[in-house]
Design a protein around this ligand. Structure first.
Ligand code: ARG
Length: 399
């Protein structure tokens, strides 16, 4: 019986090379699956490319709505930024792509699961763990298994007549609705500034002299409207990406700790994510108590860490989701963002659940806050610190 391998196929260098490897080295029939999460690719072209590579069958699945509502929205609720910077665009898409591959794998009764990840990145972790959570079939990852580097891959692609577009020759790109990751090439020198033409979502030149305002309305932690207009979930993300990218917001350049221990220099374009997370986090501060705020930031950090590290299916992640979901009940309101020449600032917020009280906070005559009560409070609040200091001074003057 012929072996049948299934592969998540993007049409890029890695997955194209993998199709040929599976056919030639593993003697397999290949089924490819492209899962649309907002890569902005022409699906017809990808299908044609798959067919040209000689795959037996190609599937195209539009999972954009699921991606936004079941992956991006939970990440907004968690203010998820790995190492305070990365909005997890790639990390969030991988478990969904792998789930879709598994669905087709069952239908097509394949004998092996394949992916195009290298052994150096995080995506292998995310794919392997999701695939393993749902299947015992062997996992084949030729780039990792054969220890392939990009130069060898490019040569292999050339030899097999696989077309690679010019940007993919310079960088390794991964793109979806939540962001665009750019790696490799000149960016491997962490001190060299990314060239302007690496960016396609964020404008870097001739930025407008007028500020742009965005008023984002959230309901229970989910963005539902922009500038008073209710938008469908996919449109909302696309709209904020475009608005913010056009005024130079969204480039992130940082050193990232990968799961496998490598430190890497990562460059991203994530205009929508930056705006929506900033706005959401600001709103939370208005509607949550200071105790909730302090504790939730620990939960948020852990959530981002698990999502980054390929542990989307871990029970701890579900437990954190349950906590976060309850915490979002009062997170409804509107946040006003001012975007100007590449900088972003929250300039206003309001909510029906606001814990901000003007009559308590004001320095004016209408204040209802009795300052005299503060004296005793401050004394008790600091009692251990002041006593400890006095004691330490006393003891050190004796020695
Ligand atoms: N460092 C990011 C992550 O692990 C992005 C990886 C992007 N992949 C790529 N082929 N450029 O999620």
């Amino acid at each position: 019986m012929t072996e049948r391998g299934i592969l998540a196929f993007s049409g890029g260098l890695d997955t194209s090379v993998v199709v040929k490897y599976l056919q030639e080295e593993y003697d397999m029939d290949v089924i490819t699956v492209t899962v649309e999460v907002g890569q902005g690719d022409d699906q017809k072209k990808i299908e044609a490319k798959a067919k040209k590579l000689g795959v037996k069958k190609h599937y195209n699945i539009d999972a954009r709505k699921e991606f936004v509502e079941n992956y991006i929205f939970p990440s907004i609720k968690a203010n998820a930024l790995y190492q305070k910077k990365y909005c997890l665009a790639t990390a969030l898409a991988r478990p969904l792509i792998a789930e879709k591959v598994l669905e087709i794998a069952r239908k097509e009764k394949v004998t092996a699961l394949a992916h195009g990840c290298s052994g150096k990145g995080n995506d292998q972790v995310r794919f392997d763990i999701t695939l393993r959570s749902g299947s015992d079939l062997p996992i084949i990852a030729p780039i990792r298994d054969k220890n392939l580097d990009r130069v060898t891959e490019l040569e292999f692609a050339k030899k097999h007549g696989i077309e690679i577009d010019s940007i993919a020759k310079r960088f390794s790109i991964d793109q979806n609705l939540w962001g665009r990751a750019i790696e490799g090439g000149v960016l491997e020198d962490p001190y060299s500034e990314p060239p302007d033409d690496a960016f396609i979502w964020v404008k870097t030149k001739n930025l407008s002299d007028k500020p742009t305002y965005l008023e984002i309305r959230f309901e229970k932690g989910i963005p539902v409207a922009v500038d008073g207009k209710i938008l469908d979930s996919i449109k909302l993300i696309e709209h904020v990406n475009k608005k913010a990218g056009d005024v130079g917001i969204g480039i992130v350049d940082h050193i990232e700790d990968r799961v496998v221990g490598i430190k890497s220099r990562e460059v991203y374009e994530t205009p929508g994510a930056i705006c929506l997370i900033e706005a959401h986090a600001d709103l939370e501060k208005m509607v949550h108590t200071k105790h909730e705020n302090k504790f939730k930031s620990i939960i948020d950090d852990e959530w981002a860490y698990l999502a980054y590290s390929g542990l989307w299916q871990d029970p701890l992640k579900r437990d954190l989701d349950a906590f976060i979901e309850v915490s979002q009940k009062p997170v409804s309101g509107t946040v006003k963002l001012k975007l100007f020449k590449g900088s972003l600032r929250v300039v206003g917020r309001k909510s029906e659940y606001s814990l901000y009280s003007h009559k308590i906070a004001t320095y004016g005559t209408e204040s209802t806050f009795d300052q005299r009560l503060a004296k005793g409070f401050v004394e008790l609040w600091g009692i251990q610190s002041t006593e400890a200091n006095k004691l330490q001074k006393k003891r050190s003057s004796k020695t």
